[in-house]
Design a binder for this molecule. Structure first.
Ligand code: GLC
Ligand code: GLC
Length: 807
């Protein structure tokens, strides 16, 4: 069952009922001012950091779900009926409803009793203001007198404190009202140099800034006191919960349309500029900011700039195919999700509360893989930020806070896979851009300038970190955990409530990871190619030598009969071994060892991948391991704490599936790779939305596995490494167009029944027009009609290259 449809031409997903199985969300903003917004107007705004600079309130996991947003109530004064322009919070059955989630904006339409409304939400590029345009049309044959009420609730800046520290919070709220603008100046008097405001480009007939006055102490948000009485009470918040609501009276003749523009702005001031007079905030910058965007034409311009920007961002990789789901995933939604994930890491979504995590070292490096071709400049910045949090022994802070860019260990440390991802991130950046100069850039260790070294040194230390931390079988130690946060082999947590991410009850140097072993080899090969490119051949050879030794260790100690072992635990027992009753086979070691080609020569990779198919594959994707743990294992940690079939305990953890797709392409098995791709790609799951439950336009982190009660149901959409890895798998390995250090590599692996696929790829200033045809007699790569003997095609400045590939 579907709840909407793709509008490919407008790059929108159109939702046709407000009652989606879960709130289906979208994001506003791309640089500093961000918001998330659901299909019924729910969500919140923040400046840079969803935890430390939260501007509006939202109530996670509420009843009913999705409470708090930028809401508009419409009241027909002739009969007193009222409803919401976004369905929530009033939830009155509308005559018509439509939500269009587009790239960087959301448009929600409602019809009720011949009043048509349309709200468009966006953040103009480069500005710290969120705009809400409300259009109203009278489709009846009588004049309509309407009262419009806006509504947002301010957050007291730190979203975490906001939800906890009530003895303070309920005293500190302060506002100023000036004309049609309501200023949230809570705490501005002391250390804060910023305030927020909500304004409208029209005279208001009344307003409220105190929540209780607007709603009524014991009312719900679907029946505010102000709506009942038909006007706000001009309340001035003092403590309690500051809000902003404007009441505007509008008269519409038959057929007439009116339009209001609201601005939710964020202003930062220098210390000496903070005040207009004693106790009165300096509103000049706010007034100027809003004035710039308070006309219809300015709004339209801002909208157009966002659209053009997206056209530019998506341009480097566009395809044409008869498979429309493939087209919309590759051309629009997957790269869009990659960009959002890159911007927000794992901070704010419907599942990530915005207070939990900062930017992850491994997460951000992987996010970069899917996004680097969109804006290489920002990828470069991000690399330097991340690398600056690397530890001098080559290890890494697991997280850093985006506002401060400093590493912190509050959320756990000692994840021994972390450094390897930096190698993959930097190599991807250099392959895309050719910018080897980044390797000479001095970057601090541990955010300490005195410890700065060239970036290349960071990569070598990352590589050596693993070599310096080998266990009894000469395989990499796992540390707190590897990519699988839940494989906590040194944790031994026996107290409820202990965090698996920070508790470490034993300091072991025995637990080893086959996943890191495979990843290490994969990264080492990439690094060696890079070293060769910059003429450090001797170092390149040394690097390859270490990779060979690691492969030997895997062949000796990391193989079961039919698959790769997953790990050795604290006691030296196998995890993911034949003799294990549960957790016998894991996906991560199959994929990474096969991607590293450890068993390419003797056919063992094929055997391991066949075991993946036999034991782990389902119609809803490949589960992480099988059989899932039915009881808690002290020596394994969090993985065994989840119910069978969920999350790391045998869920389809979608991040891992593309690794298998890539490994299958390396085995030249296009049918299998593409089948795995389609099983989890959201557009292909649109028809089963009632089961899948999450947005059909973006990936979710997890789909419940075969042992789960609700096999096929997804959770944790949007902010997941799934986005970038699936993008890499489909664009670089299945369609097979990927950057090399010198040129663009053309290496498609597509099933015959896909027919012809056209790819336009802009790479280092050259436009490559590539046509891929599967199932042709005469195989090969033809450049402007002439067969090429290499599959790495060098760019020719500002030229177009026409390539035909027959496979
Ligand atoms: C989450 C984390 C990621 C981790 C994965 C597997 O997605 O953000 O860092 O690798 O879970 O546990
Ligand atoms: C939990 C989750 C895992 C996530 C980690 C970090 O362990 O199961 O997916 O990566 O938390 O927040």
């Amino acid at each position: 069952m579907k709840f909407g449809y793709f509008d490919d031409k407008n790059r929108e997903y159109v939702i046709t009922t407000p009652k989606t199985p879960a709130p289906w969300i979208n994001y506003l903003g791309s640089e500093a001012m961000f918001g998330l917004i659901s299909n019924t107007g729910g969500g919140y705004s923040f400046y840079r950091d969803a935890k430390l600079r939260r501007i509006t309130r939202y109530r996670y996991n509420n009843i009913p779900v999705d409470q708090g947003g930028r809401y508009f109530f419409i009241k027909d004064t002739s009969d007193g009926e009222y409803w919401s322009a976004t369905w929530q919070p009033v939830r009155k059955d509308l005559d018509n409803y439509e939500c269009r989630h587009g790239l960087g904006y959301t448009k929600i339409k409602a019809d009720y009793k011949d009043v048509e409304s349309e709200v468009t939400y966006l953040v103009p590029k480069g500005e710290n203001i969120e705009l809400h345009r409300l259009k109203l049309t009278n489709n009846s044959s009588e004049t309509k007198k309407l009262a419009i009420f806006s509504y947002i609730e301010f957050c007291l800046w730190n979203a975490d404190e906001d939800d906890r520290n009530f003895q303070r919070n309920l005293n500190i709220g302060e506002v100023e009202i000036d004309g049609s603008a309501i200023y949230h100046k809570t705490e501005f008097r002391e250390r804060r140099d910023h305030y927020a405001y909500y304004a409208v480009n029209r005279e208001v007939s009344s307003f409220d800034s105190d929540r209780e006055s607007f709603i009524g102490t014991y009312n719900n948000l679907n029946e505010p006191q102000a709506l009942k009485s038909g006007k706000c009470s001009n309340s001035v918040a003092s403590g309690w919960s500051p809000i902003a609501s404007h009441c505007i009276e509008i008269e519409l003749k038959p057929g007439e349309t009116d339009e209001l523009i609201f601005g939710l702005g964020y202003i930062e001031l220098d210390q000496e500029d903070k005040w207009e007079s004693k106790g009165v905030i300096n509103k000049k910058p706010a007034v100027a900011q809003f004035a710039e965007y308070s006309t219809s034409s300015a709004f339209e311009d801002a909208f157009k700039i966002i659209q053009d920007d997206w056209t530019k961002l998506l341009k480097p990789y566009q395809i044409e195919s008869d498979d429309k789901n493939l087209e919309r995933m590759v051309n629009i939604w997957n790269p869009y999700q990659c960009m959002v994930t890159f911007n927000l890491s794992r901070s704010a979504s419907f599942f990530e509360s915005g207070i939990g995590r900062g930017m992850g070292f491994r997460d951000s490096n992987q996010d970069l893989l899917g996004f680097v071709h969109q804006i290489p400049k920002r990828a470069r910045e991000r690399i330097l930020d991340i690398a600056a949090t690397q530890l001098s022994d080559g290890g890494a802070y697991h997280q850093y806070q985006p506002l401060t860019k400093r590493g912190n260990a509050d959320l756990g440390d000692g994840f021994f896979d972390d450094p390897q991802w930096l190698i993959l991130g930097v190599c991807a950046y250099i392959k895309e851009t050719g910018d080897v100069s980044i390797l000479d850039t001095f970057v601090p260790y541990e955010n300490n300038d005195e410890l700065a070294q060239p970036l290349l040194d960071h990569l070598l230390r990352a590589h050596n970190f693993t070599l310096n931390n080998l266990g009894p079988h000469k395989l990499p130690l796992i540390g707190r955990a590897d990519w699988n946060d839940c494989l906590n082999l040194n944790c031994f947590s026996d107290q409820p409530g202990e965090s698996f991410q920070t508790t470490g009850n034993r300091k072991g140097r025995t637990a080893e990871s086959l996943m890191i072993a495979g990843l290490f080899i994969f990264a080492a090969q990439d690094l060696a190619d890079l070293l060769t490119t910059i003429d450090k051949t001797e170092q390149a050879e040394k690097t390859l030598e270490t990779a060979k030794e690691m492969a030997d260790a895997i062949r000796q100690h990391g193989r079961e009969k039919e698959w790769y072992t997953r790990a050795y635990d604290f006691f030296g027992h196998k995890v993911g071994g034949e003799e294990c009753e549960e957790g016998r086979i894991y996906i991560e070691s199959q994929s990474w060892c096969a991607m590293a080609g450890v068993g390419l020569e003797d056919g063992f990779d094929r055997i391991a991948l066949d075991s993946v198919k036999k034991h782990l594959a389902t119609p809803h994707g490949i589960v992480l391991q099988d059989p899932p743990y039915s009881e808690y294992h002290l020596e394994l940690g969090e993985v065994s704490s989840y119910p069978p079939g969920y999350k790391e305990n045998g869920g389809v953890f979608c991040h891992t599936n593309p690794w298998i797709m890539i490994a299958e392409t390396m085995q030249k098995n296009p049918e299998q790779a593409f089948e795995y791709y389609k099983q989890i790609a959201p557009a292909y799951r649109e028809e089963i939305s009632e089961l899948h439950k999450q947005e059909p336009y973006v990936y979710a982190q997890m789909i419940a596995g075969k042992a789960a009660v609700r096999h096929g149901e997804a959770k944790n959409s949007w902010l997941t490494g799934t986005a970038s890895w699936n993008y890499v798998a489909i664009t670089q390995f299945i369609l097979g167009i990927r950057p090399g250090y010198n040129g663009l590599i053309i290496d498609p692996c597509i099933p015959t029944d896909l027919g012809e696929i056209k790819v336009v790829r802009y790479f280092r200033g050259t436009k490559y027009n590539i046509s891929i045809i599967a199932g042709k007699e005469e195989k090969g790569i033809f450049i402007n009609g002439k067969q090429s003997d290499s599959n790495e095609i060098l760019p020719e400045d500002n030229e177009e290259i026409n390539i035909t590939v027959n496979i």
